[in-house]
Unconditional design. Structure first.
Length: 277
């Protein structure tokens, strides 16, 4: 049986923790065939992003066209894009393609500060979110996309509904740490569901959002339902976080233990999740 072909569109992390590197690890571990379109190349480690070189939009689109015209894709996820003109051009191609799309809106740095001018946010809102099967912002990204901050779960639930109104078929808002729990909010047009797990204390979190969104895209490409793909992705991400909890690979926020996470979880990553009937 051939693997599901899953394409990630995003930036390269020279430290190997996040971006397309995290995506490729995740897709491969879940049994998919990973393909990539690079939007930027970064010089970074666990402490800092020292430099970013954006690739020419024409070259990014060329990568996408060449991959899709031969391999195709069962699902696509977007990560670091960073330019309004590129978002608009990618949206045109992705609309023509028309398959399951997971949008991870990389808009803020690790301090929660916006990295890009307002036109980038506007392009996400107008062009990319309406195409998304699922959008996966964290709390800071949701604030940028909605134009307002939120501090309580009811306020964050309102944000999830607002993002849904922008056109995304479903929203998984990573609400963060509340008490001794980690909370995600899921909204697909009816009621907001709270997804809770015990809070995990670790400094090795770099690439966790990429891992989650890539795992969801892989699940969709493999025929899982959206809730099933999310459940499996959350379990895999948590297992990878637990596996790397004591690692000291660098001086700052380190990577997840992708392979160790699968071993830790006893093969859970490949087996869990409901399939479409």
């Amino acid at each position: 049986m051939e693997p599901a072909k899953v394409l990630t569109i995003g930036g390269s992390d020279s430290g190997g923790a996040a971006g397309v590197q995290a995506d490729i690890k995740t897709i491969t571990l879940l049994g998919g065939y990973a393909m990539s379109v690079l939007t930027a190349v970064t010089a970074q480690n666990s402490v800092t992003v020292a430099a970013v070189e954006f690739l020419a939009p024409e070259f990014v689109i060329r990568q996408l066209d060449v991959v899709l015209e031969d391999y195709g894709a069962a699902a696509i996820k977007t990560g670091f894009i960073g330019r309004a003109d590129l978002i608009e051009r990618l949206a045109e191609r992705l609309a023509e393609w028309g398959g399951p799309l997971v949008v991870d809106p990389v808009l803020v740095n690790h301090r929660g500060e916006s990295m890009f001018p307002p036109e980038v946010t506007a392009a996400y809102r107008a062009k990319l979110l309406p195409l998304a099967t699922l959008v996966t912002p964290n709390r800071a990204e949701a604030a940028v996309l909605t134009g307002r901050s939120a501090h309580t779960l009811p306020e964050l639930a309102d944000q999830a509904q607002q993002l849904h109104e922008l056109g995304a078929r479903a929203v998984l808002l990573k609400a963060g740490h509340f008490g001794d729990e980690q909370v995600d909010l899921y909204f697909a047009g009816q009621t907001v569901q709270e997804m809770r797990a015990p809070h995990l204390e670790t400094s090795n979190t770099h690439g966790s959002g990429d891992t989650l969104s890539a795992a969801i895209a892989t699940g969709l490409g493999q025929g899982l339902t959206l809730p099933g793909a999310i459940e499996r992705a959350q379990q895999l991400t948590r297992a990878a976080l637990l596996a790397a909890r004591e690692w000291k690979l660098g001086a700052g926020h380190g990577p997840l233990g992708h392979m160790s996470g699968v071993l830790y979880s006893g093969g859970m990553a490949r087996s869990r999740g409901s399939r479409k009937s």
